[in-house]
Design a protein. Sequence first.
Lengths: 327, 283
Amino acid sequence: MTPTPTPTPPPTLLAHGLRKRYGSTTALDGFDLAVARGTVHGLLGPNGAGKTTAVRCLATLTDFDEGTASIDGLDVRRQPTSVRERIGLVGQFHAVDEALTARQNLVLFARLSGVSKPRARRRADDLLAAFTLADAADRAVSGFSGGMRRRLDIAASLVLTPAILFLDEPTTGLDPRGRATVWQAIREVAAAGTTVLLTTQYLDEADQLADCISVMDHGRVIAEGTPAELKRRIGGDRVTIVPADGARLADAALVVGRATGTEPSVDADTRAVTVEVADGAAALAPIVRALDAEALEVDDVALRRPTLDEVFLHLTAPASDPSREAR
Amino acid sequence: MTTTTPPTPSRPAIAAAPGLRDRRSNPLREGALIAGRDLLHWVREPWGFVFGLAFNLMLVLMFGFLFGGAIEVPGEGDYIAFLLPGMFALAMLFGLEATMTAMAEDSKRGITDRFRSLPIASASVALGRALADLANSVVGLAVLMIGGLLIGWRPTTGPAEIALGVVLLLWLRFALLWVGIFLGLRFRGTGATTAVQVLVWPIGFLSTVFVSAETMPGWLGVIAEWNPVSATATAARELFGNPTGVTSGWLAEYAVLAASVWPLVITLVFLPLAASAYRGLRR
């Protein structure tokens, strides 16, 4: 079973034991997921973890070999047409017509979804305004920025308010500005009450947008919880010190270890001493003071959130990983 | 959390009004909508379409005037009158590339996935492609015919025969649609598209489009005779009252029958293949 406690209303999406093989590659290997109604659920994992395959299976685009999945209680495999009436999908590739204008795209997808022409036009106008595309409505999509295309893609998936909106890596390849506008769009979609399943490689994206995160690796969910719960398990922030004198790397490690009470890791190649701390901002001052007291000059001091690599190292470390067996 | 930024109240709602969907799924309506997208392409980016038409006209001029003087039509007759119906059939064959390229591009770009995630009939995507490409071929054929009339080609039969000739040409195009859809879905790489673009040339030339099979070495003539494009070309020549270049052999007797049966055989083979390739996208 999934590790999350069952919420009172039935979950919008429920997947159990999904398996999918491509030749000798196992893309999904016992994938379980429950997405509660009205929430944004983040599916976090590295490239090749099976996120896209999971979304494609759940969105009726790809058949799975084993397992069951349902959306709003409808079986994904046996009632694909009914499921398609209830989903919106923003895939990794821009699924809008480049040669058409934003408005033409939205009217086309609205009419294909079964909306009559005048209502499709009004709906297109509403969506263009909602996703701040009204000014570009009659321009060809081929001239759009990455962020605008993504927003149009999201708008096209929301013609008929879906029971669940799948967003497969919606900000991959976007510049920071485009990313910010897409995040804003996703927040508004969520605020409108739409259930969202969002896949991402970025911890901060999941952290910013998701109510609940499932961490995925090798085709299955290896950990699940709210962002706060996961962070507690992953550990807190990372502080990295780069001493000016490479010869004093060991000294620096010793001082940092004493100041934080945690054994730091040392990377000789980059001359970096990294330590895990619960609260980075609070830990920084004592570290700097201790280095100063030992007259250790530093080239760089950095405070950052754990990277996805570290999350995975932590979650897949054999000793400290009860979640691996939890499914 | 997600509710930190509430939506600006002045903006229209993201959530759709209930009951927005007021049309039931209907493959004809959906096919027409998907085909309508292609018509919008012609309007928005007309150059690809215009170039395609110009290319066929250029071939007519090149063969009609550049090589035409040196080519002899068996059983005598004017080469332009012989060439034009052949060019009509060749244009139908070349349509195959357009179908394949469009299908492969849509699959690569994710448009096909978008269609597949919509609550539409599974036949609608192929139907849309078929309608758009047939419309394209009707316009292409009309332009070629007008071009032919301008350089001296004349159909000499009655309206019924001429109409049947046009129908048989489009019938070949219809059959090749399924080949194009199958190839486009099955082989999506740029290399595959290029391969087909190259391969339609020998298939087109190894026919009676440009020269009569009777002027070819024996074995080559047999291949050309059995080429479905030759059947349609010869049938069109017959029905338009143009020189056929065929004085003996089965094609002289049964061109119209062959031009009816060949496309049927192609359709019977490739329509199921195209359907299974579309279902195969789920794998």
